[in-house]
Design a protein around this ligand. Structure first.
Ligand code: ACO
Length: 339
């Protein structure tokens, strides 16, 4: 799966200077879902590990969540919106098809010097943004980048389809990347790896709402603008791609799995995470999990987990953290960070 992939042993240092996250207040539990579709807490918990997820309000958009998370990351980095010169929002649930959600975030954060645009790489989006911001900073074009993974998936879920509606939630996570021009090595990106396999695009997609299938009065009731997935196929591909991506990023960093203090994987399914970490021989106490609280928040998942880990005792200075994700496209991505 890695024949068209890009890996990097990083040569010029770029670091994460701050992280932030935001989730909506409203909690939708598995028991709530039992009243909406033919499912059970027991089925959802045993198949996925998810217990509840957050749902954004009708007036709360992807850009609002992205801005909240971004503001927290700026605060932690000790910089202001005007210091940012690049904003990348990774999302498959933008406020509008155009302009980009990043433009609304730029306005909200008064980051008027920043170039702002979105990328669409599904659940791998935050790590794609990390790599492209890292390269842009490393080559000297930009100094401070704000990268954000943000999703309002509740607006793109068919709430009558039990195969998918139990899996997803809303939220946002962010990180400030900066050139490493001081003695503070915390958050240094050691290696990255990205890959894509467009041959598998059909197993996980939102078929309608784009130019190939505009939503019309005639097809609106077919839920074409909702996530559709061949769950078992996606599961197999996710395990293989994430394991390989993890191994490559660890090797590019000059490390072994034993050197990794914490794995922060895409939070889609506990069984996928267990399968990957078992194959890498990484014990459960070295794996960060929050999918029980938030479900799969696609591009936001790794970003929210990174922020929660960063603000807890889960990471200490000097720890090597492996980030690894997988999503529609198919896409996959990984990075090793020294905290
Ligand atoms: N409640 C109760 N029963 C259900 C539910 C539900 N919510 N959903 C499906 N079922 C039923 C099915 O109909 C099926 O019934 P049948 O045997 O009578 O036909 C049975 O449960 C088993 O279904 P499977 O699909 O085989 O269940 P599986 O164990 O594969 O779990 C799941 C399904 C959780 C979706 C799993 O395949 C999975 O996690 N796949 C990967 C998802 C993922 O990682 N996505 C990541 C990317 S998302 C992105 O990029 C936006």
């Amino acid at each position: 799966m890695t024949n068209n992939a890009a890996s990097n042993k990083v040569t010029r240092a770029v670091r994460i200077a701050g992280t932030g996250s935001y989730v909506p207040e409203k909690i939708l539990t598995n028991h709530d879902l039992e009243k909406m579709v033919d499912t059970s807490d027991d089925w959802i918990t045993s198949r996925t590990g998810i217990k509840e997820r957050r749902i954004a309000g009708a007036d709360e958009f992807t850009s609002h969540m992205a801005s909240h998370a971004g503001r927290r990351a700026l605060d932690q980095a000790g910089i202001r919106g005007e210091d940012i010169d690049l904003i990348i929002v990774a999302t498959i649930t933008p406020d509008t098809l155009t302009p980009a959600t990043a433009c609304y975030v730029q306005k909200s954060l008064d980051a008027y010097r920043a170039v702002a645009f979105d990328i669409s790489a599904a659940c791998s989006g935050f790590l794609y943004a990390l790599e492209f911001a890292r390269v842009a900073i490393a080559c000297g074009t930009f100094k401070n980048a704000l990268i954000i993974g943000a999703e309002k998936l509740s607006a793109f879920v068919n709430w009558t389809d039990r195969d998918t509606c139990v899996l997803f939630g809303d939220g946002a996570g962010a990180a400030v990347l900066t050139s490493q021009d001081d003695d503070n090595a915390a958050g240094t990106i050691l290696s990255t790896h990205l890959g894509t396999d467009g041959k598998q695009a059909a197993i996980l997609n939102i078929p309608g709402g784009g130019s190939a299938c505009p939503i019309t009065l005639q097809n609106a009731e077919q839920h074409l603008a909702a996530l559709a997935m061949q769950g078992r196929e996606v599961f197999k591909c996710a395990v293989n791609a994430m394991r390989q991506a993890a191994e490559i990023a660890i090797e590019e960093a000059g490390l072994t799995a034993d050197d990794i203090s914490l794995v922060i994987p895409h939070q889609a399914n506990l069984r996928i995470i267990d399968a990957i970490t078992d194959r890498l021989k990484i014990e459960k106490n070295r794996v960060f999990i929050n999918l029980d609280k938030y479900g799969n928040t696609s591009a936001a998942a790794v970003a929210i987990a990174l922020d929660e880990a960063n603000r807890s005792a889960a990471v200490k200075p000097g720890d090597r953290i492996l980030l690894v994700a997988f999503g529609a496209g198919l896409t996959w991505a990984s990075a090793v960070i020294e905290w």
